[in-house]
Write a protein that binds this ligand. Structure first.
Ligand code: ATP
Length: 311
């Protein structure tokens, strides 16, 4: 049984804290569903500096607490066995044949159910933190194997920066990308979450003849080392028409961000989060100021940043 507590996270001298970043998809190519029902993906992940921090401390039983870091609504985060950080901890212990538990405190800076893989970030951070707390020194094959079983976006949350994701997104290959010049993005919280399965169902309805091989990112990868305004037309999301079909209001948001000066607005992943790529920090602040007139929560972030492994 998981003991469910939701009190504020506090300082733990004996605890270990690991943070993991949010992701956006600069490219998301989606193919026809495979026999196992999953859609094959070819995606370019990009990690931005919105973080969840996960602190683990030794405990007799599993328990989890969640607190917002900034204007994040954390009410949708489960506090029991279904929290993906607890699932990650249990999977790590089981893999090593250990009967151990921990207290997990999550400080959330990544919007919940927004298509930025906040839960995946927590799972990756929990794996790394518990591996250190328990002195396991798991090899990469173990960590990446457990991560892929937990969710398609979890392996990327381990590595961060820029990566090509294939399979269902869980096979990651690090791509070039430098710390400077950085990419700047504006992320307005776009209200109620869109269910990822519903967006894929609508994708299947809208594009019944999708090719088995997802669209590749072609020239985008070349631009990762040297962000340039010309990159804007190369950003692509095959799920965007389906997301806009289910949430027509997002089209107005995309227009508003581009009218305010963003190089490009794009639905991130299955949405409903939209991200706006901006030329530089001042451009991003200008777009965020403009969108704040209509949206309560508008985050400004930049990348690339490292993942939970910190390397
Ligand atoms: P993705 O982009 O990977 O599809 P997302 O960013 O849209 O995911 P998350 O914030 O990861 O969405 O949360 C999706 C759902 O997962 C939440 O609505 C919540 O019910 C559940 N969940 C389980 N554990 C967590 C967690 N630690 N943090 C956030 N959500 C969690």
């Amino acid at each position: 049984m998981v003991e469910v507590r939701a009190e504020r996270a506090s300082g733990h001298p004996e605890g270990i804290t690991v943070r993991a970043p949010a992701k956006i998809n600069l490219h998301l190519g989606v193919g026809a569903p495979r026999e196992d029902g999953f859609h094959p993906l070819m995606t370019v992940y990009h990690a931005v500096d919105l973080y969840d921090a996960v602190t683990v401390t030794p405990a007799e039983d599993w328990s989890v607490g969640v607190v917002a870091d900034g204007p994040i609504d954390v009410t949708g985060v489960p506090l029991g066995d279904t929290n993906i950080a607890v699932r990650a901890g249990r999977a790590l212990a089981a893999h090593h044949g250990l009967d151990r538990a921990a207290r997990i405190e999550i400080r959330k800076g990544i919007p919940v159910a927004g298509g930025m893989a906040g839960g995946s970030a927590d799972a990756a951070a929990a794996l790394v933190a518990l591996d250190r707390l328990w002195g396991l020194a798991s090899d990469d094959a173990t960590l990446f194997g457990l991560a892929a079983d937990l969710g398609s976006d979890v392996p990327f949350a381990l590595v961060g920066r820029n990566a090509l994701g294939t399979g269902r997104g869980e096979e990651v290959e690090q791509l070039p990308g430098v710390e400077s010049p950085r990419w700047w993005v504006v992320v307005p919280a776009a209200g109620d979450g869109l269910s990822t399965p519903a967006v894929y169902r609508r994708f299947d309805e809208l594009i019944p003849d999708a090719p088995p091989q997802p669209r590749a990112p072609h020239r985008l990868v070349e631009f990762l080392e040297d962000p340039d305004p010309d990159v804007a037309p190369l950003l692509h999301n095959d799920l965007q028409p389906a997301a806009l079909d289910l949430r027509p209001d997002l089209a107005a948001l995309l227009e508003a961000g581009e009218a305010a000066g963003a190089l490009r607005g794009l639905v991130s992943g299955s949405g409903p989060t939209c991200v706006f790529l901006c030329a530089d920090e001042s451009g991003a602040l200008e777009v965020s100021r403009s969108l704040r007139a209509s949206y309560d929560v508008v985050l400004v972030a930049s990348g690339p940043v490292t993942g939970a492994l910190g390397r």
